[in-house]
Ligand binder design. Structure first.
Ligand SMILES: Cc1cc2nc3c(=O)[nH]c(=O)nc-3n(C[C@H](O)[C@H](O)[C@H](O)COP(=O)(O)O)c2cc1C
Length: 221
């Protein structure tokens, strides 16, 4: 698979088969992803991979919490600014409309939206997940390094015939994740990522992108 195909075939998949993912495959992907760039090569990613019974237990604990209406854990970082200014607010709303209409859920149907959201903590059925932490003392450039690393992981997964979904939703139940993983003090859970083979029976809407001229400026004379 060439890089263009890896980039354009990557999307956030939200329906996986229960077919297991081989540990050697995950090791190959994560070994290659370690070649991602980072400022001064500090490699600020801290990755935990979960599969099997330990992931199944984590999913159950997280879903039980959410289903009981437990409040989210105290935030370690803000997912979005409280007021998303233009054009970001419009893009976020458009994504919400696309996502829920593809599931046949209306804007007003709060319960159905909750049910769809709960699928996050079942990893959308995926048999593998990673959890990526960053040291709380690091700043925006290092968070960007982690983003590059995670995208590299997702592209390499495509080369292995696998799909993924990055999920900040896991940061909302970070204490439940920490109970399972016991990360060292001082690490912040940025996100989880579901990993597996796509279930083609699950429908999806391909998310769009802003036209090139909205986000890229060429300066050529
Ligand atoms: C850091 C990050 C966190 C995300 N968190 C979630 C999440 O918690 N749940 C979810 O379903 N999708 C999540 N997404 C997926 C985005 O909604 C998705 O990337 C975006 O809508 C573009 O769609 P695409 O990935 O299919 O191209 C996240 C993406 C990123 C990059």
């Amino acid at each position: 698979m060439d890089v263009y195909e890896a980039v354009t075939s990557r999307r956030s998949v939200r329906g996986f088969k229960d077919k297991p993912v081989a540990k050697e495959t995950l090791e190959r992907v994560l070994s290659a992803a370690a070649w991602s760039p980072s400022g001064s090569n500090i490699q600020p990613w801290n990755t935990y991979v979960m599969t099997g019974a330990s992931l199944a237990e984590l999913k159950t604990s997280a879903i039980e919490r959410v289903a009981h209406g437990d409040p989210w854990d105290k935030r370690q970082y803000e997912m979005y600014p409280p007021m998303l200014k233009s054009p970001y607010g419009e893009r976020r709303s458009a994504f919400g409309r696309e996502r829920y209409s593809s599931l046949g859920i209306s804007r007003e149907d709060w319960e159905a939206r909750q049910r769809a959201a709960i699928a996050n903590w079942n990893c959308f059925g995926a048999p593998a997940a990673l959890f990526c932490y960053i040291d709380r003392d690091l700043g925006p450039p290092q968070w960007a390094d982690v983003g590059m690393y995670l995208q590299t992981v997702m592209l390499l997964l495509r080369a292995e015939g696998l799909h993924s979904c990055p999920q900040m939703a896991w940061s909302q139940v970070r204490e439940t994740v920490a109970e399972a993983l016991s990360p060292p003090d001082g690490l912040i859970l940025f996100c989880g990522m579901s990993i597996g083979y796509e279930d083609p029976a699950v429908g999806f809407a391909r998310t769009g992108r802003a036209p090139l001229a909205e986000t890229v400026t060429f300066v050529d004379d």
